[in-house]
Ligand binder design. Structure first.
Ligand SMILES: Nc1ccn([C@@H]2O[C@H](COP(=O)(O)O)[C@@H](O)[C@H]2O)c(=O)n1
Ligand code: CDI
Length: 159
């Protein structure tokens, strides 16, 4: 078998005095995501999908939130490392599909820049990285603007 599929999910709380970084893009908003790293929930979901495809665990295993080394970490750098783990094992990403669930702000104007950044880090053709946005129809913590969540699916192939 020379293809594998993986899925990832993450959610981070919204809070004051934090940047809102999604897919490596800094998005103007009165609230940002709270976390040990930069809390880039989209990039975290994508990394977990990549690791999951090879049964390699999750990002917390490689970058423990208890380790000060990862405090404020740029999640794009972590993504580069995770991609390296795959490449070292003889696997590469074929494509990624993802969705960010956020009540606000409007993400549509920023989706293209997110895809540009992620595809560049992963050295993928731009059309292999899909990012979508949806609201949670005002339901639950995401709907109350207490959090933003993200889901990702990826396909890997052997190099
Ligand atoms: N934070 C968001 C959420 C959604 N969008 C875009 O709005 C459209 C409608 O979203 P629904 O949740 O009402 O289905 C959808 O096409 C999203 O692209 C957005 O830009 N930012
Ligand atoms: C990214 C890491 C890095 O310590 O921390 P957080 O930003 O807290 O993110 P989370 O998805 O809760 O946990 C994964 C961690 O690896």
């Amino acid at each position: 078998m020379n293809i594998r599929i993986g899925n990832g999910y993450d959610i981070h709380q919204l809070g004051p005095d934090r940047p809102l970084i999604l897919g490596g893009v800094n998005i103007p908003h009165e609230l940002g995501l709270v976390g040990h790293s930069d809390a880039d929930v989209l990039t975290h979901a994508i990394m977990d999908a990549m690791l999951g495809a090879l049964s390699l665990g999750d990002i917390g295993h490689y970058f423990p939130p208890s380790d000060p080394q990862w405090k404020g970490a740029d999640s794009l750098k972590l993504l580069h490392e995770v991609n390296g783990l795959l490449l070292d094992r003889g696997w590469q990403v074929v494509n990624i599909d993802s969705v960010v669930v956020a009540e606000r702000p409007k993400l549509k104007p920023h989706l293209s820049a997110m895809g540009d950044r992620l595809s560049t880090i992963l050295n993928l053709p731009r059309d292999r990285v899909s990012i979508k946005a949806t609201t949670n129809e005002k339901l639950g913590p995401v709907g109350r603007e207490e959090a933003i969540a993200a889901y990702a699916v990826t396909l890997l192939q052997q190099t």
